[in-house]
Design a protein around this ligand. Structure first.
Ligand code: ZN
Length: 363
């Protein structure tokens, strides 16, 4: 899994659409992944567990560099350096530990070779986008508000910013606040008909606020779980994110842990939305061409959903073959050829089986 290249992992992109006024529907989709070559000398010095071995050191150095507003927190398996409030950090740590348990169950179920992480896995969580963006740029990762997290396997650090402070979420909160204020002043006019009209509208605003809260929590949970999954898979030696490993397998595996249990409802919906006539060609492209999962791809949500669906299907139907593919990935081979040698021809019958399995799990 090691390769003479360092990869930069950048992940969830959240896209927003306003439905019924200020009610937000958040469509998380995994976005970008880029690779950057480094000198062979540097990569040769890195052993397979280098990122875990140096796990706590980066936070020590960063703690001094980022200043007094950043504090250290930890749970059993994770250590966080953050300027967020304690409640936000508690939630992130709960999500991280739950993701760790999910990966542990997966390791057990597939009997995957693994090792315990060395020390607590380091995380950086920024309250504000601008400080996250600055740090990401310095670390060599492209950042945008729609890409609120990344995992850097070389340092072992997972970095995120508090998506509750994203422009998209704040804009919608401001809009709700304006509507609430307008309704309150309507009630204060003393006109009975205005006051009567305001009450149902206020209920609408409350419902919109609850929907926005739920959507925000869902996006944050997906982002945190996805990045932590990459981090735990790397720290336990199950799967490296270094380039050279198959993109469909790296992303498809991480997406198995974006939800607490059962099939991933968001990815399932995206996978089922692919028109039946397109599914075979789509599956072959996603496996055979890593660019399908590359930055700015217009159809990224469908590509990620297919990668999720393939790993989900293989874990259910060919766990031994998937386990051996994860622990001894083929090298130098065309990904599609390698896939077909291990799992069988990726033909119409294969894709039909994947989809009948998905249909059976539809809630
Ligand atoms: Zn990813």
């Amino acid at each position: 899994m090691n390769s003479p290249a360092r990869e930069r992992r950048v992940v969830i992109r959240a896209r927003f659409a306003c439905v019924a006024g200020a009610v937000a529907q958040l469509f998380p989709l995994v976005g970008m992944a880029q690779s950057r070559d480094v000198s062979a000398g540097e990569s040769n010095r890195r052993g397979p567990i280098a990122s875990s071995q140096v796990a706590s050191a980066p936070l020590d150095a960063l703690s001094a560099a980022l200043g007094g507003s950043f504090r250290r927190y930890h749970s059993e398996h994770f250590e966080i350096l953050s300027d967020c409030d304690g409640g936000t950090i508690r939630r992130v740590l709960e999500l991280a530990e739950d993701t760790f348990r999910g990966v542990s169950r997966f390791i057990k179920r597939l009997e995957l070779p693994h090792r315990p992480p060395v020390g607590r896995m380091p995380m950086l969580v920024f309250e504000r986008y601008n400080s996250y963006e600055r740090h990401a740029r310095q670390a060599g990762f492209p950042a945008s508000e729609s890409v609120p997290g990344y995992f850097d396997e070389t340092s072992g650090i997972c970095a995120l910013f508090n998506f509750a402070n994203s422009t998209a979420i704040r804009t919608q909160r401001d809009e709700l606040w304006r509507r609430e204020r307008a309704l309150t002043s309507l009630q204060r006019t003393g006109d009975k008909s205005d006051a009567a009209a305001a009450t149902p509208a206020q209920n609408d605003v409350k419902a919109a606020r609850r929907a926005l809260d739920a959507a925000q929590q869902a996006v944050i949970a997906t982002v945190v779980r996805h990045e932590i999954a990459h981090q735990v898979l790397a720290a336990t030696g199950v799967q490296s994110t270094h380039s050279g490993a198959a993109r469909w397998l790296i992303e498809g595996t991480a997406m198995q842990f974006e939800n607490a249990d059962g099939p991933n409802a968001l990815r399932l919906a995206d996978a089922l939305a692919v028109p039946p006539g397109d599914r075979l060609a789509h599956a072959r492209r996603v496996v055979g061409d890593p660019r399908e999962l590359a930055p700015g791809r217009p159809n990224a949500s469908a590509a990620y959903a297919m990668a999720w669906a393939l790993v989900y299907h293989l874990a259910e139907t060919q766990p031994r073959a998937l386990a051996s593919y994860l622990s001894t990935p083929p090298t130098g081979a065309n990904e599609l050829d390698a896939f077909e040698r291990r799992f069988g021809e990726l033909d119409t019958a294969f894709v039909q089986k994947v989809y009948s399995n998905l249909e059976a799990t539809r809630p």
